[in-house]
Design a protein around this ligand. Structure first.
Ligand code: PLP
Length: 311
């Protein structure tokens, strides 16, 4: 849609820009802008041409300033051929729950506007309260040109996704039949009524109860509780953004599959953890109770501590 928008305006911009360590899904276009080699390597010859800039290395403001410099250098040289810059706002999920500061989004919005490149916020994971606000973009007070949504939209119960855009983009496609500017892109199950009903029910819960307020208390509680992980010799750091909390381990090789060991131990204790390599993370459903949080944290703690005893 972004490419076609520019084309309708007389510009051919065949390249999409994304962040290092990003994940946007596994269909060809989405895989092309992703940067998790595990998914990407096999299909490399099939992928669409794209470019990447470094993601801020951590949650500090300095890291975001450094990464914005790289973005500006690239846009200066290549913006004439780039349709859009796609990002996972604040948290790169499949890339190990890597987090960065909202000032990066603010800067990226300013630069993309300046260089006539769309900004696509892929809020598939971060949307619907996951980061603490309804949408992660709100932390930077920005409005992207496109927003992709799914996952939390139906509370995770039925498959449904949404692409949102601006009136400006909509109007670039608005035309008489013979002008051939229309956006021809469809799926058999577009607007699936059952999935839409699940989405409406989910949105109603957001409207009628203080989910975000309750989540703020739960995530503060989780953060307090995981401080006890820090003294463990194999824990490198902890980080949190809303209802995503990650514990990064250190001192292991990928071949050791410690993620799998922790996963198997947790499963034997009735807890479903799904580590990403050496990153153990919590992304619980919002209905989790405090008692369940205690169980989740205790099992993760024991799982990590047991690794030390093995050595
Ligand atoms: C899960 C995820 C996707 C992929 O969505 P699919 O429906 O599996 O294609 C895309 N982007 C982000 C940020 C995700 O977390």
């Amino acid at each position: 849609m972004s490419y076609h928008y520019h084309l309708n305006r007389g510009k051919t911009k065949p390249i999409f820009l994304s962040l290092s360590n990003s994940y946007h899904g596994e269909t060809i276009g989405a895989l092309s802008v992703g940067d998790v080699s595990l998914y990407k390597e096999t299909y490399k010859p099939l992928l669409i041409n794209n470019m990447q800039v470094p993601v801020p290395i951590d949650q500090s403001i300095q890291a975001s300033l450094d990464a914005l410099k790289d973005l500006e250098i690239l846009l200066k040289e290549h913006s004439h051929e780039i349709s859009a810059f796609i990002v996972e706002p604040l948290i790169q999920g499949a890339g190990g729950m890597h987090m960065y500061h909202p000032s990066y989004l603010e800067g990226a919005r300013t630069l993309t506007k300046q260089y006539d490149v769309h900004l696509i916020a892929d809020e598939i994971m971060t949307g619907f309260g996951r980061t603490g606000k309804m949408f992660a973009c709100e932390y930077a007070d920005i409005s992207p040109d496109f927003m992709t949504l799914s996952k939390g939209l139906t509370g995770g119960y039925l498959p449904l996704s949404v692409v949102m855009t601006t009136l400006d983009v909509y109007q670039a496609f608005y035309c008489d039949y013979n002008e051939h500017k229309a956006f021809l892109h469809s799926h058999s199950y577009t607007g699936n009524p059952l999935a839409c009903a699940a989405a409406l029910a989910t949105l109603e819960i957001f409207e009628n109860s203080d989910i975000l307020g309750e989540n703020a208390k739960k995530s503060a509680y989780i953060y307090e509780e995981i401080q006890k992980f820090l003294p463990l010799a194999n824990v490198k750091s902890i980080r949190q953004q809303g209802m995503v909390t990650a514990i990064e381990l250190k001192g292991y090789l990928a071949e050791e599959r410690i993620g799998l060991k922790i996963y198997e131990y947790a499963l034997s204790q009735g807890v479903l953890l799904r580590p990403l390599g050496h990153i153990i993370y919590f992304m619980p459903p919002y209905i989790i109770t405090y008692e369940e949080i205690d169980t989740m944290i205790k099992v993760a703690y024991d799982g990590i501590r047991r690794l030390l005893e093995e050595d």
